[in-house]
Design a protein around this ligand. Sequence first.
Ligand code: DC
Length: 217
Amino acid sequence: MDRIFRIAIDGPSGAGKSTIAKAIAAKLNIDYIDTGAMYRALGYKMLQLGISEDQEDAVARLLEETEIDFSKGDIILDGQIINNMIRTPEISMKASACSALGIVRKHLVKVQQEMGARKSVIMDGRDIGTDVFPDAEYKFFITATPEERANRRYKELIAKGENVTYEDTLKSIIERDYNDSHRAVSPLRKADDAEEVDTTEMTVDQVIDYICSKIDV
Ligand code: DC
């Protein structure tokens, strides 16, 4: 049987984690799990149902009644493909807010650990190398300056027809960086044994090749 290994990709918003992780998954023929999409899916459902972060009982019930899964690259919420619905600035902020709740993190971390228990996976997020798979065989912490990340995210949103400005995109990146790295539960931080890759001056292909050169399969 092939060796099972896990690749943890963490870092701040807009550093290119998902593009990179998806490409590496295809190259290595392993599953890609986008944990940010899971927080987004939950945030999306909370918005739909009008549930706020301080309604602890409602959030607890929601977690019990919610199924989040991946199939053929799609994110599935309660049986429905929601890929396009969860990439808006509004959902970004809601995902950041609900990901600060201990009860939410505990639940989703468990689901993520189960997803990577029996097969090789590459998983991206904020706490993969620290909390989800602290014993992952490979850990990378992908960064870029806030301005470069805002620039990339802005271009992405404009290409999708969103009505945003660069200034607002940068403001949102800075706000989410602050939220994600200052929350009480599992704040964003580099695992001590993760390798930091600053992608500010790198192309996507350079980052993919660099990471693949570190993985021996
Ligand atoms: O990677 P992303 O932008 O799709 O993530 C959405 C939000 O979810 C982001 O604000 C941080 C949070 N998140 C998290 O706290 N832990 C993860 N493992 C993944 C995402």
